[in-house]
Design a protein around this ligand. Structure first.
Ligand code: AMP
Length: 459
């Protein structure tokens, strides 16, 4: 199988950029899928987030895109806003050397008015969630009648979230003759049916994920009672010391309780679940992604579509009944050749769930003894970064360079002390090295950013 990008019929700007990005060889989904994608064929790709699937479709889109045209060339539908943001970021990264490519996200939870205004200035690639995309189509502020490529990303998650009818409705706004690419981690019957409805003569590409799973060390701990779980988590963290991890819980109430327990014990944790307002969720997600929180405590629904890179561990505080959910959760660690850790807590009555996981994964499960772990009271888990908010954002025309400039020039930080800068509509969040946050806040309180004063403080 061809694994070098150079041997594909890609635009020279794309090839040069791939070299700069140090994408030296194609990942399996790219090696198998890209030749069909570039050929204009419909493809069903069975691969999960982390496999390089975004580039497998985005390179196809960018290769066939005519930047001289003002029409929307492609639509990518994603289950969540977070995934849409990630896909848009990766696509922009791949498009860096092509002039004037406009990638826009159309998702719920942000201003519809701004999206419509931005759309009126033209866009080439739309990455969005089904609900909002359909809304703008119905309002006729989004026109997809000349779309060339339609992508369904994490299609299985979209169906789980009840987006089937929205997707079918959106398809009626697209040209009948088009390329349709469908990516899904799993391939249940409803995905096959969806493919039959929206695709023509699709080529199937399946990535063998075995070697990925082998890099994850999976440990199961049997507890006397559910009440022992909090202490078990502390013991596990103490012994294995993962620096960043997700804890999966069954219910929203449990996520809040576990996060509160961890914070009480000196571990910086945030929880996400369906009851949070979009802005509360954004703060927690931003702080976890920028390394100001060590732990993200989540329900499966809330964690859908998240692609946080470099997770050291996943903890199953509650074991799921469906083994496929277990495999999906555990797949969030050990990415890109790194070793990951997956810990699962369960009580005796849940043995059936273990058997199901064992059957599904075709591997023997090893059970570890929690009482054998000794606790070291010296253990400290302080995240590398802290988050500062600034009371200004896109509406104030703030850009990352303005904030970095103020931190370096006014607050006298080194640029290496500054991490992710996230600019929202009316607020920005900046990750600052833990030992420099006070300096940054006190100096910027009295200083200026882009010649203006803003409120700043701890997020
Ligand atoms: P994805 O599955 O699309 O979310 O991609 C996972 C990560 O792999 C992204 O951070 C990409 O930047 C990276 N990536 C994708 N393709 C390649 C490649 N061929 N070589 C190296 N990194 C890649």
């Amino acid at each position: 199988m061809e694994t070098k990008f150079e041997n594909l019929e890609l635009k020279s700007e794309l090839l040069t950029n791939l070299k700069e990005l140090k994408y030296e060889t194609m990942t399996p989904i790219q090696a198998q899928g890209l030749p069909f994608v570039l050929d204009g064929r419909d493809v069903i790709g069975r691969a999960k987030t982390g496999s390089g699937k975004t580039a497998a479709f985005a390179l196809g889109i960018l290769n066939s895109l005519d930047t001289g045209s003002q029409n929307i060339h492609s639509l990518v539908l994603c289950p969540t806003r977070e995934l849409a943001d990630q896909v848009a970021t990766e696509t922009r990264k791949l498009a860096r050397m092509l002039k004037n490519v406009k990638v826009m996200t159309i998702c719920g939870g942000t201003s519809e008015y701004h999206q419509e205004k931005s759309l009126s200035h033209g866009a080439h690639i739309i990455v969005g969630t089904p609900g909002r995309v359909l809304r703008l189509l119905k309002k006729k502020t989004l026109n997809l009648s000349l779309v060339n490529t339609f992508v369904l990303d994490e299609a299985d998650r979209m169906l789980d979230m009840g987006f089937h009818d929205d997707i079918m409705h959106i398809a009626t706004y697209l040209p009948k003759v088009r390329q349709t690419l469908l990516f899904s981690a799993t391939y249940p019957e409803d995905i096959q049916k969806l493919g039959e409805k929206v695709q023509k003569d699709a080529e199937h590409v399946k990535v063998d994920t075995d070697h990925e799973e082998n890099t994850i060390s999976q440990m199961f701990f049997e507890l006397q009672s559910h009440k022992d779980k909090n202490d078990a988590v502390l013991k596990i963290l103490d012994k294995y010391r993962p620096d960043r991890f997700i804890i999966f819980c069954k219910t929203k109430i449990i996520t809040d309780q576990v996060a509160a327990f961890l914070n009480k014990n000196g571990i910086y944790a945030g929880s996400i679940h369906g009851d949070l307002m979009q802005n509360e969720r954004t703060v927690v997600m931003t702080m976890f992604a920028n390394r100001s929180l060590s732990a993200l405590v989540a329900t499966d629904v809330a964690a859908r579509g998240l692609d946080i890179q470099g997770l050291a561990a996943v903890i199953n505080y509650d074991l799921p009944s469906d083994p496929e959910v277990y495999v999906h959760r555990v797949g969030r660690t050990g990415r890109a050749g790194e070793t990951g850790l997956a810990f699962s807590l369960y009580v005796e009555q849940e043995h059936g769930k273990l058997d199901a996981i064992e059957d599904y994964s075709n591997k023997n499960i090893k059970i570890e003894d929690i009482s054998a772990i000794e606790v070291d009271s010296q253990y400290d888990l302080i995240p590398e970064m802290k988050t500062m908010y600034i009371s200004g954002g896109k509406k104030d025309k703030l850009r990352p360079g303005d904030i970095l400039g103020a931190l370096v020039n006014e607050a006298k930080l080194e640029s290496a002390d500054v991490g992710d800068i996230n600019i929202m509509n009316v607020l920005s969040y900046v990750a600052i090295k833990e030992d420099k946050i006070e300096q940054a806040i006190s100096k910027l309180r009295n200083g200026r950013i882009k010649n203006r004063r803003f409120r700043v403080g701890h997020a």
